[in-house]
Write a protein that binds this ligand. Structure first.
Ligand code: ADP
Length: 190
């Protein structure tokens, strides 16, 4: 199973990615998590990424693409994977196409979580209180939504045109959303 999980910041990608990966026994590749691990460890990648992340901007494509390519070529991804938070730009879509072609594999589907915009902001503000992520301040949260609308939302029509897009209602209880995702995955390729 090779999947992409898309959705605006706060849509619940991380939570749902964990549930999907558990069920299918595939690794989740979360570019946000990889960046955060590198920031905590103070690696050169983390040092580069941190300034962008804290401002709510995307890390430059060449940095992100190289990181994902490295991950996808590892043995753990042979049986499949779920990409969480990648690709997010038109340029990343092109790079991913090339990576998959090099690996001689194809995507099964692209899942998009659609969540009510007001709920997105509220969820992120709630998370700010409990987790204290550096990019969960109100100003940066709003900037992240703008960047998503600008640079990532157009990818939905691109994947839709390829016939592999599935929209999932991301509102309501976490377990209800998980059920909808499992139903959507079960329908893929039919
Ligand atoms: P969210 O979806 O809530 O913004 P993520 O953890 O997925 O949270 O991403 C956090 C930050 O990491 C982003 O705001 C961005 O700076 C960086 N990032 C993650 N994925 C990418 C990507 N594919 N391209 C560029 N930057 C990325």
């Amino acid at each position: 199973m090779r999947l992409i999980l898309m959705g605006p910041p706060g849509a619940g990608k991380g939570t749902q990615a964990a549930a999907v990966c558990h069920r299918y026994g595939i690794p989740a590749i979360s570019t946000g998590d990889i960046f955060r691990t590198n920031v905590s460890a103070g690696t050169p990648l983390g040092v580069t990424a941190q300034t962008y992340m804290n401002a709510g901007e995307y890390v430059p494509d060449e940095v992100t693409n190289a990181m994902v390519r490295d991950r996808l070529t590892q043995p753990e991804c042979r049986r499949g994977f779920l990409l969480d938070g990648y690709p997010r730009t038109v340029e990343q879509v092109k790079e991913l196409d090339q990576m998959l072609a090099d690996l001689q594999v194809q995507l099964n589907g692209v899942l998009v979580l659609n969540t009510d915009p007001a709920a997105l902001i509220q969820r992120l503000l709630d998370r700010a209180r409990t987790e204290g992520r550096a990019d969960d301040t109100e100003e940066v949260i709003r900037r992240r939504q703008e960047v998503y609308a600008d640079q990532t939302a157009p990818l939905v029509s691109e994947y839709n045109a390829r016939g592999i897009l599935v929209s999932v209602n991301g509102n309501g209880r976490v377990d209800h959303v998980t059920d909808r995702i499992h139903t959507a995955i079960a329908r893929l390729g039919r």
